[in-house]
Design a protein around this ligand. Sequence first.
Ligand code: EPZ
Length: 426
Amino acid sequence: MTTADALRIKGGEPVSGTVRVSGAKNSTLPILAASLMATEPCEITGVPNLRDVETMVELMGILGMRVSWDKKNRRMEVAPENPRHEAPYSLVKKMRASVLVLGPILARLGKAKVSMPGGCAIGVRPINLHLKALQQMGARIEVEGGYVLAECSRLKGTNIVFDKVTVTGTENVLMAAVLADGVTTIENSAREPEVTELCQVLRKMGAQIEGEGTPTITVKGVDELRGFSHHVMPDRIEAATLLMIGPITGGRIRVEGGNPGHLDAVLLKLREAGIEIEIYPDGAMEAWRGGDSILPVECSTWPYPGFPTDVQAQLMALLSLAKGTSMITENIFEDRFQHVAELSRMGANITVSDRKAVIQGVDHLTGAPVMASDLRASASLVLAALAAKGESIVSRVYHLDRGYEQLDKKLAALGVEIERIKQPVG
Ligand code: EPZ
């Protein structure tokens, strides 16, 4: 019998205490991809122990890198051994971010064969903008048999203007540009902290980059990149999720090790919802309900520094308990409301029309068996389950394990009655 992990959570009690943020998944993945271009060993510390990182490590092995990962000390060493250029479907289908290897392999080896990622639970998620930009840099690109086949002698610096802000698109082009011939400017580039951190790493490798964190990044190509040592920044999406544990359950939570400077839009929205947030000089954040109720808000997701789409589902769980009607507009992904049906099974009153969700706050949620559809949806269901009266079973937690390091253990340490169980599937 095949089984899958699920979480049994007993909710309805205030959750208070201190919890620590892990290293950022969406930084670790591009940093690992960047190491494909190094001619020397690289050291990455603060690496979160996540399924997506494991998938990336597997992919690095297939691409001819020697990776040793000391999970206990969160330290990884990556060394080039026998560089190869093919990223197979079996891994890319597990994790879309595998496409981040396209730019680095192409720039380093002059050819790349990378499986096209398919759509996923939150939308179609094409990579047309990645491919168009690489073509503009002189790559010959064909899509054949589900694979992107890319070739070039040496990529050439040019002026790229993205039609739409794309995080991994910006990262892919950035990595390709650092080994290109001449200057590349990337306009309408993503300003996410993960992009900025990737630039810092690339600079440690010898890249010449200016303008990260602004809409225009300029890269002057170099001939070779050396190894680096880097400590991964804290995960801002995990920090935002953990911060909501206090207010959603009526407790008081202290989140340590995060970077409040990456959370301006989230903190602003939570404060608007009547959440008190205290920030300490060491970056620790504490959150609790300011008054008796959570207040309704309107919120739209945007690229950074706007409110992150990756926190939309968690905010919706919180607002489902607000006193009044809230509205959330999802501007980034066309199908990122799949948590709505599951939250409704717990008693939330939410209606969706196109990209807008109207959330009529309810007095309380009740525990129920619910099913996660993607990573952040899982996090929203866990938050709802913590607040809900009675027992919930959140199934398909493999989504959660992709991007939240040991969330069940962190919650148990906060005193939550939570248990990982096996459920039959099929
Ligand atoms: C990154 O995905 C993150 N993943 C996502 O995190 C995050 O939700 C997303 O950025 C938005 O912030 C990683 O960093 C590994 P995009 P990415 O390209 O880069 C459209 C999580 O839960 N688009 O910025 O794939 C696209 O369809 C995940 O950790 C094109 O049309 O997202 C979307 O509407 C999920 N053509 C918009 O742009 C393209 O070629 C933004 O997507 C590329 C993107």
